[in-house]
Write a protein that binds this ligand. Structure first.
Ligand SMILES: Nc1ncnc2c1ncn2[C@@H]1O[C@H](COP(=O)(O)OP(=O)(O)O)[C@@H](O)[C@H]1O
Ligand SMILES: CC(=O)N[C@@H](CCC(=O)OP(=O)(O)O)C(=O)O
Length: 259
């Protein structure tokens, strides 16, 4: 099995940061200065983002209903065009603007640009226009990061036929982290990590996460986060953090580090 270490032995350290829709609208200059610090430490930064609340507002405005299954939005034909225009037309440029304002050179991308997120239907019967990623065009990402430009990726995938597909932002973040062989994946959200019976957890393991999902202590939007986290841990990325905008939260550790 190819592990992340053998994929890019000489490339600069990469960190993938996913900004959840729940937190995007309240981010401030102090938060973005963390990114500058990371760049100064020699990290290449890749940003992915969601936009659940903005999508909900737009769907509501247009009287389109939607439901979710385990944190994944069931996306009708009507909904996909709203999801696409909201993420690519509104959320992505607003974030790119904020980054550029904070002095971080950033370029907005979605799955169509340079065939960045080559995708196919996840399960059309169950989820409608929801995608799963077949391939990430990492050459495009490297081209930007080598030139100190931060790619800002909206979670819209594209099929070979040019159909847009809705992909959960956490899933995109995990797939991109795997594809570029990131050293670290940071999922920034509106809670300070995983909370179990009222207590935030500083650390978690794969075993505990399976148990918490089973016991329904982890539900909704937290499910794609922990599923993505486990996928990247099992591929050799040592840790994933689920944090708030002060970067405080839960570190999910691979089995090797727990022993
Ligand atoms: N065990 C848990 N600990 C913390 N949050 C949880 C847990 N289970 C479910 N959640 C929910 O997950 C939400 C974060 O997911 P989501 O709303 O999709 O955020 P984002 O937009 O950042 O992806 C939290 O606000 C909380 O309602
Ligand atoms: C398929 C699917 O669930 N897509 C998500 C994409 C946006 C997202 O993930 O936004 P957050 O980061 O705010 O959760 C959705 O339609 O809400």
């Amino acid at each position: 099995m190819t592990t992340f270490k053998s994929m890019h032995p000489t490339a600069a350290k990469k960190i993938v940061i996913k900004l959840g829709g729940s937190t995007l609208e309240g981010l401030n200059k102090a938060f973005f200065s963390n990114f500058k610090n990371l760049q100064q430490q020699g990290y290449d930064i890749i940003i992915t983002h969601g936009g659940g609340p903005a999508i909900n507002r737009e769907l509501e405005k247009q009287n389109v209903t939607s439901s979710t299954i385990n944190g994944i939005r069931v996306t009708s034909e009507e909904a996909i065009s709203i999801v696409q225009s909201t993420l690519i037309g509104k959320v992505n440029p607003a974030l790119v603007h904020e980054l550029n304002e904070a002095g971080i050179a950033a370029i907005g991308l979605n799955g169509f640009d340079g065939q960045l997120l080559q995708s196919e239907f996840l399960d059309q019967h169950t989820y409608g226009y929801v995608g799963k990623i077949k391939k990430v065009n990492t050459d495009l990402i490297h081209l930007l990061t080598e030139n100190n430009i931060v790619p800002v990726i909206a979670c819209i995938g594209a099929t070979e036929d040019g159909q847009a597909l809705n992909i959960n932002g956490d899933t995109v973040a995990s797939e991109v982290a795997l594809a570029v062989g990131a050293e670290s994946l940071l999922l920034v959200t509106d809670v300070s990590g995983i909370r179990i019976e009222g207590e935030y957890q500083a650390q978690a393991t794969e075993e505990l996460i399976h148990q918490w999902i089973e016991e329904e202590h982890i539900y909704g939007g937290m499910i794609p986060k922990v599923q993505g986290a486990l996928q990247v841990l099992n591929a050799g990325i040592p840790s994933v953090q689920i944090v708030d905008d002060r970067l405080s939260g839960t570190t999910i550790l691979s089995k090797e580090l727990v022993k």
